[in-house]
Design a protein around this ligand. Structure first.
Ligand code: F6P
Length: 361
């Protein structure tokens, strides 16, 4: 008999519940017990924040968005802000306490479902001796060690559907619509949705953009009788020689930095330089919501089942990873080393260029 703890950390992504479903079912068939820790590591600190997960507790959840366990991107146990009675906030390291509780409660493994930040935390616990298995989650698809993360396909579908809808209103009003999508320092969501959603201009962090080139494309559209345009801009895209636009909260390159604002900045520049009626919108957290696509459900369930197989083999300190068509694993230490960027010399980028999409360069 084994006792497993699952946690979901960082920003949520469609497919989290499908992973939980698969882990609970795969463990049940082996006669193992599964517990969930609410909001990241809370269940490791407080029994009220820990719940037993039986098959009946996860019935049908695979089709739902969000996470039944809750999540947080402010729960790093190595740097936890704690307020004392005087209202002063101190940053403390509570990792030893968490490890101690985990061992005392008799857990055999912690399955940590997370993106870059949460997996870095899991890797630190693994180095301290906690048996950990990581599962890669993020709509940004920016983990180098796996071909895909679950959540990405759903986010891209949502963004593509939004672009489809924007075409008609942009055309009716002869407008330029600028759509800001998520993705942090990687342009995956922008690239996939921009090509599939018929964008005229596609701006990604991997290619610094020039507003002259962007505006030239819009004016070229006009010359050819197309009086509207759709611009897709990734939240981390940067003008050549410019800086990342953010709302603060952390350093550039860190997951705490709250990105946002580049879409409005591009819209303002287009308006001033071309005189075109221009509007911007931020798709934001819509991309993280909703029921996971079939692709994401299946990938999430494959990850969950593969994680349980790793527990059985005792391959701790690893993250499950898709290396198509195979499901494998990589050491957590390697998994958190680098972020996956769009290769600017790859087929999808060539496709965008070949079909006339301006990439701002
Ligand atoms: O990493 C996932 C992500 O959705 C990013 O694309 C985005 O920048 C960030 O999370 C937003 O996080 P928050 O939940 O703090 O708004």
């Amino acid at each position: 008999m084994k006792k497993i703890m699952i946690s979901t950390g960082g920003g949520d992504a469609p497919g989290l519940n499908a992973v939980i479903y698969a882990v609970v079912h795969a463990c049940y068939r082996k006669g193992w017990e599964v517990y969930g820790s609410r909001s990241g590591y809370k269940g490791f600190l407080d029994r009220d924040e820990m719940c037993r997960l039986r098959t009946e507790d996860v019935e049908d959840i695979y089709a739902t968005g969000g996470t039944i366990l809750g999540s947080t991107n402010k729960g790093n146990p190595f740097e936890m802000p704690v307020e004392n009675y005087a209202g002063e906030v101190k940053v403390v390291d509570i990792s030893e306490k968490i490890l101690d509780n985990f061992n005392r409660m008799g857990f055999d493994c912690h399955i940590a479902i997370g993106g870059d930040g949460s997996l870095e935390i899991a890797e630190r616990f693994s180095r301290m001796g906690m048996p950990v298995i990581g599962i890669p989650k993020t709509i940004d698809n920016d983990l180098e060690a796996t071909d895909r993360t679950f959540g990405f396909d759903t986010a891209v579908s949502t963004a593509t559907e939004a672009l489809d809808k924007l075409h008609s209103t942009a055309k009716s009003h002869d407008r330029v619509m600028v759509v800001e999508v998520m993705g942090r320092d990687s342009g995956w969501i922008a690239l996939y949705s921009g090509i599939s959603g018929g964008a005229d201009v596609l701006l990604i962090p991997e290619i610094p953009f020039d507003m002259e080139k962007v505006c030239a494309k819009i004016m070229d559209n006009e010359l050819h009788g197309k009086n509207y345009a759709i611009i897709v801009v990734a939240e981390g895209a940067v003008a050549a020689g410019g800086e990342v636009i953010s709302k603060g909260g952390g350093e550039v390159g860190r997951s705490e930095l709250l990105l946002g604002g580049v879409g409005e900045w591009v819209a303002k520049e287009v308006r001033e330089r071309t005189g075109k009626d221009t509007r911007s919108l931020v798709l934001g957290h819509l991309q993280r919501g909703g029921s996971p696509t079939t692709f994401d459900r299946l990938l999430a369930m494959r990850f969950g089942a593969a994680a349980v197989r790793l527990v059985e083999k005792g391959t701790f300190g690893h993250m499950v990873a898709l290396k198509s068509p195979h499901m494998g694993s990589v050491p957590l230490a390697d998994a958190v080393k680098s972020r996956k960027k769009v290769n600017v010399n790859s087929d999808k980028v060539y496709t965008a260029r070949d079909i006339g999409v301006c990439l701002g360069d």
